[in-house]
Design a protein around this ligand. Structure first.
Ligand code: RP5
Length: 162
């Protein structure tokens, strides 16, 4: 199976990335994590992106906060699908990172998930890999069924209380 590449702009983004790595681990998907900044280490971020396809990656997750150019900078240097996670920073509640990540110009797409949406980034990466992987697609179907069952359990429980 192809790997998921995960890059974060700073190790301060790690709590968001942990939500993604936990989900990938649950699904049995291999991944590799790096701290590369679009601003502080632009050469390393570029090298990783340029070489990602030949290094066995099938999709890249890029997480950054504030002036969050990382996902766009990665996407500029690869035609692998890139999923951006805008991370909430100390001011502006993550709106700064959301707009910087989602508002890509035509030609360089970034599939942006919710602010701090680490788990959904991993699920979207899994769905992309599952296009060519029947076993993974079945795991995703099973997860959907189990998520639905747990909502229905809560529904039954709330009716006994209210
Ligand atoms: C961004 O700046 C990082 O992705 C992080 O979310 C934010 C703050 O970085 P630190 O100052 O915590 O290293 O590039």
């Amino acid at each position: 199976m192809k790997k998921v590449g995960i890059v974060m702009g700073s190790d301060s983004d790690l709590p968001i990335i942990k939500k993604a790595t936990d989900m990938l681990t649950t699904l049995g998907i291999p991944f590799e994590v790096h701290v590369y900044s679009a601003h502080r280490t632009p050469e390393q971020a570029r090298d990783f992106s340029v070489n990602a396809r030949k290094n066995g990656f099938g999709v890249i997750i890029a997480a950054a906060g504030m002036a969050a150019h990382l996902a766009g900078a990665v996407a500029a240097n690869t035609t692998l699908p890139v999923i951006g996670i805008p991370c909430k920073g100390p001011v502006l509640d993550g709106m700064d990172a959301l707009l910087a990540t989602v508002q890509m110009p035509t030609g360089i797409p970034v599939a942006t998930v919710a602010i701090n949406g680490g788990a959904n980034a991993a699920l979207l990466a899994a769905q992309i890999l599952a296009v060519e992987d029947k076993e993974l697609a079945e795991k995703l179907d099973a997860k959907r069924a189990s998520d639905a069952a747990s909502v229905l359990e809560k529904d039954a429980e709330i009716m006994t209380r209210l």
